[in-house]
Every structure is written in structure tokens, then in C-alpha cells.
Design a protein around this ligand. Structure first.
Ligand code: NAD
Length: 266
């Protein structure tokens, strides 16, 4: 089996990575940065997001596992004390693969030009470059609302515990193939109206955002922020691709939610 690492880059994560690397090589596993079967992310959720984007062109051939060197992460759920157990599990046991849905983002431009396509593991957000974001929101080809406010966030089920949660969105179990649209400070008064609630769309529905006047936007894809000019539309839907996590022990999603947000005791 071929393995690779991504690390947060701090001394603690790097030391842990070197230790795991030597142990895996002793088990005759092959270090291959270009075509790994398994990618071990050492750091936090941000490190796993980075790993996902680095290997997003080979998602069907690569499984991910996360070790956290800070606080418990959603994607990074192994602690440094457990790495020997993890190394033996990677080297010796056929692992179970758990698949989570991803968000597909397609940006089209006003003057033709090639559309751009991204995959997000957590979410994509849209904001104006300056001032209020004004966008028409279409769902499944029909006009739904004209949004005015700070921005919109479209998240995956596994990303629902990240930015989406801070915006009042629901936490979705990642076995549900859906995307969630949440508002950032919408303007609501007697003239302007938005639905106000988060929307959860099934995998066969598309959410399309269309500029009303200003065509330039700040668009995030997970931890990346990009400026897109002359945008004609931004299309969101559940991607055909999925991320694959290598599971060596059960760690149910709702337990992770409880341990992260409520308590790891009681
Ligand atoms: P960062 O260093 O600012 O970390 C943000 C925090 O989000 C970290 O504590 C991380 O553990 C947590 N996080 C990331 N993915 C998560 C998930 N799926 N479930 C629960 N918590 C999660 O930024 P980063 O490490 O580069 O991560 C980028 C992510 O930060 C974005 O995808 C976005 O979801 C999140 N974010 C959150 C807020 C907010 O909560 N107000 C604002 C901006 C970005």
C-alpha cells in the first residue's frame, strides 16, 4: 500500500509525521506523494481540507485519515497518543471506507470564457467585493428569491458543523446526500424579502445564483478565497464525486458532534 502525509507544518505535527512515516516504512509500506492509496493528515481540520484539495483529482483512489495535534477535529479524530495503534491498523488491517458527499460549484462568465468547476468538502460562500450582496436565487430552474445581505453559504453535510453551524444552519448527518443554503445577515423589511430559514436541497436539485447588477464576487471554496469577475452564474449541487475516509474503528458522527460541541465527559 502507498501512503502520503499532509501536515500543518508546526513542530509537533512534523515530529509526529516523521515518527509515523518511519514506522509505516518498517512495515514495508511505500511512501508515494503522487499516487497514495491513503493520505494521513496531521494537524487539524484545516490540514485535512488542504489534503482533500491536493488530492481532489484522485478521490476514487485515495482514502483519508486525520490525526489532530490541537483540539478534536471533525475530520481529524485520532490523537497523537494513538498513532502506534493507527500505524498497525493501516499496515495490517483492511480498512472500512466511509464516503461523504461533496459540493460541486460551477462558475460561468458573462463573456463566454471557460467555466470553472470546484469541489468543496465543507462549503462555498459568496460575498460582494464591496457592500451588500444582491443575487437572484434559483432553485431547480425556478426563481426563488432576490437575496440582499452579507452573503450566502452553501455547505455539505460534513461541513454543516463548520461555518454553516455558525450561521444557524442545521447539522446534517453525512449519510444524507444533500446541500444546505444558509443566509448571512439578509436584509428583511417591508421592501426586501428572503425566506430567512436555511434550505436543504436533495441531490437532484440545483441552486443557481445570478448577479443582479455587480458581477464581481468573493467566492470561498473551503479555506480558499477567490475573486471572480464578470460572473454570469454560480451553480451549486451535490457532486458525483465523494470523499472517502479510512475507518479503523467506529466513531459515530453524533458522538463527534457531542464531543466537539457539548462535552467529552458525562
Ligand atoms: P480556521 O483555522 O479559521 O479554522 C476554523 C475552525 O473550523 C477550526 O476550529 C476547525 O477545526 C473548524 N472546522 C473546520 N471544518 C470543520 C467541520 N467540518 N466541522 C466542524 N468544525 C470544522 O480555518 P481552516 O482551518 O482553514 O478551516 C476553514 C474552515 O473554517 C471553512 O471551511 C469554514 O467552515 C470555517 N470557518 C468558520 C467560520 C465560523 O465558524 N464563523 C468562519 C469562517 C470559516
Amino acid at each position: 500500500m502507498k501512503f502520503a502525509f499532509t501536515t500543518k507544518g508546526d513542530p509537533k505535527s512534523n515530529t509526529l509525521m516523521h515518527k509515523m512515516r518511519s514506522q509505516l516504512l518498517e512495515f514495508d509500506l511505500i511512501y508515494d506523494e503522487d499516487q497514495p492509496d491513503i493520505v494521513i493528515s496531521v494537524g487539524g481540520d484545516g490540514t485535512l481540507l488542504y489534503a482533500f484539495h491536493r488530492y481532489s483529482s484522485r478521490l476514487d483512489k485515495t482514502a483519508f485519515v486525520g490525526v489532530h495535534t490541537g483540539h478534536l477535529g471533525f475530520y481529524a479524530d485520532w490523537v497523537p497518543d494513538e498513532i502506534e495503534k493507527l500505524v498497525i491498523a493501516i499496515a495490517k488491517t483492511p480498512y472500512q471506507v466511509i464516503e461523504y458527499p461533496l459540493l460541486e460549484v460551477i462558475i460561468r462568465y458573462q463573456h463566454g470564457g471557460k467555466e470553472t468547476r470546484y469541489l468543496a468538502l465543507n462549503e462555498s460562500t459568496v460575498r460582494a467585493v464591496e457592500g451588500t450582496l444582491v443575487m437572484d436565487v434559483e432553485i431547480r430552474g425556478d426563481h426563488f428569491e432576490r437575496f440582499r445581505g452579507d452573503g450566502l453559504c452553501i455547505s455539505t453535510p460534513s461541513g454543516s458543523t463548520a461555518y454553516n453551524k455558525a450561521l444557524g444552519g442545521a447539522i446534517l448527518h453525512p449519510s444524507i446526500s444533500a446541500i444546505q443554503v444558509t443566509e448571512m445577515a439578509s436584509i428583511n423589511n417591508r421592501i426586501f424579502r428572503t425566506v430567512g430559514s436555511p434550505l436543504i436541497l436533495p441531490s437532484h436539485h440545483t441552486c443557481m445564483l445570478k448577479p443582479v447588477n455587480e458581477p464581481d464576487f468573493q467566492i470561498t471554496i473551503d479555506h480558499l478565497t477567490l475573486l471572480h469577475k464578470d460572473v454570469k452564474s454560480i451553480q451549486y449541487r451535490v457532486a458525483d464525486e465523494k470523499i472517502r475516509f479510512a475507518r479503523f474503528r467506529p466513531f459515530p458522527f453524533w458522538k463527534r458532534v457531542r464531543d466537539s460541541f457539548i462535552s467529552d465527559k458525562n
